[in-house]
Design a protein around this ligand. Structure first.
Ligand code: AMP
Ligand code: MG
Length: 474
């Protein structure tokens, strides 16, 4: 039985994409195949397919056109420079999924790049996207990781890889910007209709479907921010071309889970202005939504003034969609979910985050140790134990349900994919040892359960292990 491809994006007008065969890599080796996901999609293990060497029947390989704001500056011509969409499959729940190869050679959008990927970023995206899924965050998924056994030229010759990514779609804010920048309103409308059918069918029957569509994405993105922040997740490169219309987390280049908490924490080496710092992410997401709304103005309403009003109204909903789930997530983390007074919880959260930043406590361990029977380990996280005791006294004075510790453990992960561990995994892989990679993927698959055999993956980095910067994985 073949794969049941149904390639709706390839049926859109030709200016939406460019047909592109993946490059062949004859010595490729399969590193990992995601058996569970493969079964759901009806895609069996197939090195030929995951390396780009063999095109399965029904695939229709294309690279997609898009534009984007990168660090605030507009680039009208980006596109899949190192990615090829093989096609779409619809699983038994009627869910449509893109199957994309990342790192399989040059495309019409490669500009100066080689279209390839180093193996390190492939393994990193595999680990982090599957960890995000296990943590319950909407995300693209990892179907396979392949080592090409060819060197790609980066700062030095580096082992190459191909990643098979699965997504609800790869349509981005930047896809809309690509057509809007060319005043191609017809294409924008066509893209809206495609996205409504695919992601937000409820918008189709609204009085103004374009407005309803915009509101749906704004809600999905606001909810996504409300999931990222309580996990200490920093995306690192929230450019509009990395902002998905489906509301999934996409592009795990320079991302990180914070170790020591600070709202201004930023990892990405190229993010010199801390534009994409932890605490800035909701603001940037709203900025990205504003860029999306701009592309829709000509089709929101024939009257330009009215169109602007509608867009502003939709954008105004962002904060409401973000704030309550954000606060509720932190209330659950702190065991305060039954506390009626929302404003009081908000004030306590603010002062807690302030204390955490001043005391340089490890973000994930703080919440996890708070859920423990005794608080010796929690207090040890504080630079100054007296501040820890003061904070703890305040927390203890708030009434909580009897089963709060159990509930807190269910929302506060003990294992998150920490950068210093990912770094070790990559270094081992470059020595041809993939055991640490497999172990890390497995350790992250059940992040809320204590498991003695993974104790090393729980620990915060030692000072000498700390990763200061992450780089765009190319
Ligand atoms: P990203 O950092 O993955 O969001 O990529 C930003 C843009 O640069 C996209 O248009 C990519 O396709 C392109 N790009 C990144 N790396 C490469 C590469 N090695 N070869 C060609 N294009 C690339
Ligand atoms: Mg990208």
């Amino acid at each position: 039985m073949g794969i049941a491809f149904d390639n709706s994006y390839a049926r859109l007008p030709e200016r939406f994409f460019s047909s592109q065969m993946p490059a062949k890599v004859p010595d490729a080796q399969l590193i990992r195949y995601n058996d569970e996901l493969g079964k759901q999609l009806g895609i069996p293990e197939d090195l030929g397919m995951f390396s780009g060497n063999h095109l399965p029947e029904g695939a229709q390989p294309i690279s997609q056109a898009y534009a984007g704001h990168q660090f605030g500056g507009f680039n009208p011509q980006l596109g899949d420079g190192r990615a090829i969409l093989l096609g779409e499959v619809v699983n038994d729940h009627g869910k449509r999924r893109d199957i994309q190869l990342k790192g399989s050679g040059r495309t019409a959008f490669s500009r100066g790049g080689d279209g390839k990927s180093a193996l390190g970023p492939v393994l990193r995206e595999y680990i982090v996207s599957e960890a995000m899924h296990a943590l319950g965050v909407p995300t693209t998924r990892a179907l396979a990781a392949v080592a090409t056994r060819e060197a790609v030229m980066r700062e030095e010759p580096t082992p190459g890889g191909v990643f098979t990514r699965v997504a609800a779609s790869h349509i981005r804010v930047g896809t809309f910007q690509f057509f809007a920048a060319q005043q191609d309103t017809e294409a924008v409308l066509e893209l809206v209709n495609h996205c409504i059918a695919r992601h937000y069918p409820q918008a189709a029957t609204a009085e103004n479907p374009v407005l309803a569509f915009l509101e749906c994405i704004i809600e999905a993105q606001a909810m996504l921010m409300a999931r990222w922040l309580p996990l200490g997740f920093i995306h690192g490169v929230m450019n509009t071309d990395n902002c998905s219309i489906s509301g999934e987390t996409i592009d795990y280049g320079p991302c990180a889970f914070m170790d020591d908490f600070h709202p201004d924490c930023v990892f990405s080496y190229i993010d010199r202005q801390a534009r994409y710092a932890w605490g800035n992410q909701p603001t940037i997401c709203h900025w990205n939504m504003t860029r999306l709304a701009e592309t829709l103005l000509p089709i929101l309403d024939p009257n330009a003034e009215r169109a602007k009003e509608l867009a502003e109204g939709a954008l105004g909903q962002f904060i409401g969609h973000f704030q309550e789930p954000y606060l509720n997530a932190f209330r659950e983390k702190l065991g305060l979910s039954t506390e009626k007074d929302l404003a009081k919880s908000g004030t306590f959260l603010k002062s807690t985050l302030g204390t955490m930043a001043r005391e340089e406590v490890d973000f994930s361990l703080f919440f996890r140790h708070l859920a423990a029977e005794n608080h010796v380990e929690l207090i040890a996280l504080f630079k100054n134990p007296e501040s820890g005791k003061t904070w703890l006294n305040e927390w203890q004075s708030i009434e909580r349900p009897a089963d709060s510790l159990v509930k807190m453990k269910a929302v506060n992960p003990i294992r998150i994919p920490r950068n210093h561990q990912i770094e070790k995994v990559i270094q081992a892989a470059y020595r041809d040892d993939f055991a640490p990679f497999h172990r890390m993927v497995e350790g992250m698959s059940d992040p809320f359960t204590e498991k003695a055999e993974y104790a090393d993956l729980e620990a915060a980095p030692l000072p000498e292990e700390r990763v200061q910067n992450t780089f765009c994985g190319t």
